[in-house]
Design a protein around this ligand. Structure first.
Ligand code: SF4
Length: 348
């Protein structure tokens, strides 16, 4: 299998058949080899710098009912909240003082935040912090809405495609949602000039090797600037409450393949990875990841943004998270930098 890993590093591309082989005939040894190669590529592109994003979870209302998600609309046990514009600006101020130069506004698909409100919020943040990047992660919208946010100053947009296989998508979502629409949204976001992030869950229910092959091929074709992957973790109040989590080994291996396939990609070591293993984020970075996303949401709402069970860092102040991650990154020879952390198009 090493020859396929070498080929992926060299050519940044594999056929469907080659991906299938790589995913089915893995061994501990080839996993480690892929992760070492990916670690080297990360260092070539981004040095020892790790980008940090301040995550502000500003609403946990959502009109959708994805079967895996703890804040899906039919979860009556979720305590719903919305942050006001003022609350959000307080988070940004605190984040700025801690050295964050990217803010990520993340929320469910919440109709309360009309385009007018969102545009005013985006303008407000960009006016006060013109040196910061603003990332949105607020789901599927129309092209007009995406354009309005972009014109108001939003720089990046995260929208995980979850699975590129339509049949698998239907097993994870109710009939009113469509994977095709989601993938179209991603193409529109790219066209509008956003640094665009797609991604999938590792080990989600019903996921097969063929689904994963489609995910890699889709990501190669889309060529996003960011890819977010993390292990599936069940939430107790969802139809998938008794499903096994995705594994550390699989997540690290797929992170490595993504770094080899898309060398310049902005690739987070996610909180979900830190949830399934105490050193998950460090191992993620050593497997090719170059971004961490600590939480800037007020501690009073953190536990309410429970997408899955056991989420870490829900009781810590933003400063604690920031310094904890700095120490963790330093322990593996990396450094969190005060930088917008844009996509790099040239190797160092
Ligand atoms: S995954 Fe996103 S769109 Fe789906 S229910 Fe959860 S917050 Fe809503």
């Amino acid at each position: 299998m090493k020859h396929l890993i070498d080929k992926l590093r060299r050519e940044q591309d594999l056929s469907a058949e080659e991906f299938r082989m790589l995913l089915t005939e893995r061994s501990k040894e080839t996993d480690l080899y892929a992760r070492e190669q990916a670690d080297q590529v990360r260092q070539q592109v981004y040095g020892n710098e790790i980008y940090v994003r301040g995550l502000i979870e500003f609403t946990n209302y959502c009109k959708n009912d994805c079967y895996y998600c703890g804040i899906r609309r039919s979860n009556r046990n979720a305590q719903r909240y919305r942050l006001t514009e003022e609350d959000i600006l307080v988070c940004c101020r605190e984040g700025y003082e801690l050295g964050f130069r990217t803010f990520v506004l993340q929320g469910g698909e919440d109709g309360y935040y009309t385009d007018e409100k969102l545009v005013s919020l985006i303008r407000g943040i960009k006016e006060i912090y013109p040196d910061c990047a603003l990332t949105l992660s607020i789901g599927e919208k129309s092209e007009e809405s995406y354009r309005a946010y972009r014109e108001a100053g939003a720089d990046r947009y995260l929208l995980r495609h979850e699975t590129a296989c339509e049949e698998h998508y239907r097993k994870l979502h109710p009939a009113e949602m469509s994977g095709e629409n989601r993938r179209n949204c991603l193409r529109i976001l790219k066209k509008l000039g956003y640094q665009t992030g797609a991604g999938f869950m590792v080990g989600s229910p019903f996921q097969t090797v063929d689904d994963l092959v489609e995910d890699f091929l889709f990501l190669k074709e889309l060529d996003p600037e960011m890819v977010g992957i993390g292990p599936f973790i069940a939430h107790q109040d969802t139809p998938f409450h008794d499903r096994e989590s995705g594994t550390l080994e699989d997540t690290l291996f797929y992170l490595a393949l993504l770094r080899l396939m898309l060398p310049n990609v902005l690739l987070p070591a996610t909180t979900a990875l830190g949830t399934i293993h105490p050193k998950g984020r460090e191992l993620g970075v050593r497997s090719g990841a170059n971004v961490v996303m600590p939480n800037l949401s007020p501690v009073s709402v953190r536990k309410k943004y429970m997408l899955y069970d056991g989420k870490i860092c829900t009781g810590d102040e933003a400063a604690e998270c920031r310094y904890c991650l700095s120490r963790r990154m330093e322990a593996i020879g990396c450094q969190i930098v005060t930088d917008r952390g844009d996509y790099r198009t040239v190797h160092r």
